[in-house]
Ligand binder design. Structure first.
Ligand SMILES: [Fe+2]
Ligand SMILES: [Fe+2]
Length: 328
């Protein structure tokens, strides 16, 4: 990976006062900024996490993007368009945040295209009906909110600030999804069946979005110590379930989990275990749509080559003009 190391050094040869200042900043819940010294592991972990997050936003445009031309009304089309565009914007903020860590955006894109960096497993599932658009907004953006609201307090400044803006838009995404489902539930039996079918297909993959269980998530403890991450995978999954159950009741759908019930003692819901073997398969490239998503992304990258070339030529021309102006 092209990582500029200017102004930084590895923990081994760093003066102890730099490490101390870093530890102290984390302990006082203050932010690490791009110019501050940081341990190599912190920088690498963040680049990996932020890049993976950026890739997820961009790949995440595909499953719903497929429905833009088939949206049932002008209103639904406009809402879906705005939502998918928001996801592109999220990707851009996040690539910029990764660049503040010294990563190179072209390099990150290459890593995604070569399959050396991942994106969220959830986007490897197909969108079979328009109800999926609603359920993605409700579940997937809802899960994103559970994950990302605590990231607004992440220890790395640019990432935390990007999250504040992203979360505001994610809450619109969740609402548009829920409102769409409410409308369908007030419609015909066929529409209600479409909603229930979409709920059945997306529930478990959505629970998997929080990652493997805590005892199988080896990097989580270090990320929490660095305050990059604020809560464990299992805690976030639990929050999502607790938040979603009453919403499902209000909507009139059944979540497809026979073990789901309120636990009076814990004051939280008990729920079944996701199929971790399936998550592993999808992460390793063998989900229902992995090949299709990557193929589409590669084609988009190639089709966009002329735009990047034109932008670079324009920037070079501007720079030459500015230089000439300064010299005159
Ligand atoms: Fe997003
Ligand atoms: Fe979103």
């Amino acid at each position: 990976m092209t990582v500029r190391q200017a102004g930084t050094s590895s923990a081994d040869d760093a003066p102890p006062e730099l490490q101390e200042r870093f530890d102290d900043t984390i302990a006082r819940d203050q932010r690490i900024e791009p110019r501050d010294w940081m341990p190599d592991g912190y920088r690498k972990t963040l680049i990996r996490q932020v890049a993976q997050h950026a890739h997820s936003e961009i790949i995440g445009m595909q499953p719903e993007g497929e429905w833009i031309t088939r949206a049932p009304s002008l209103r639904r089309k406009a809402i879906l368009f705005a939502k998918v565009q928001d996801e592109a914007g999220h990707g851009l903020y996040l690539y910029s945040a990764a660049e503040t860590l010294g990563a190179d955006r072209a390099d990150l894109t290459e890593r995604l295209l070569e399959g050396r960096q991942k994106y969220s497993s959830i986007f490897n599932y197909p969108t079979l009906s328009f109800a999926d658009v609603g359920v993605i907004g409700w579940f997937v953006d809802g899960a994103a909110i559970c994950n990302q609201v605590p990231l607004c307090r992440s220890s790395y400044g640019p990432y935390a600030r990007a999250m504040v803006r992203i979360c505001k838009e994610e809450s619109f995404h969740q609402r548009q999804g829920y409102e769409l489902l409410m409308t369908m539930m007030r419609g015909t039996d066929a529409q209600r069946e479409m909603v229930q079918d979409a709920v059945n297909r997306w529930w478990w993959p959505s629970l998997m979005m929080f990652g493997p269980p805590d005892d199988a998530s080896p990097n989580s403890a270090q990320s929490m110590a660095w305050k990059i991450k604020r809560h464990s995978n299992d805690e976030l999954r639990q929050r999502f379930v607790d938040m979603t159950v009453p919403q499902a009741e209000k909507l009139g759908v059944t979540l497809p989990d026979s073990e789901l019930r309120w636990n009076e003692e814990r004051g939280r819901h008990d729920f079944g275990t996701p199929d971790w073997a399936e998550l592993k398969r999808v992460i390793s490239g063998d989900g229902p749509c992995n090949a299709e998503r990557m193929e589409r992304r590669r084609a988009a990258h190639e089709e966009g080559a002329w735009v990047r070339e034109a932008a670079a030529a324009h920037a070079a021309k501007q720079a030459a003009r500015t230089k000439k102006g300064a010299a005159a």
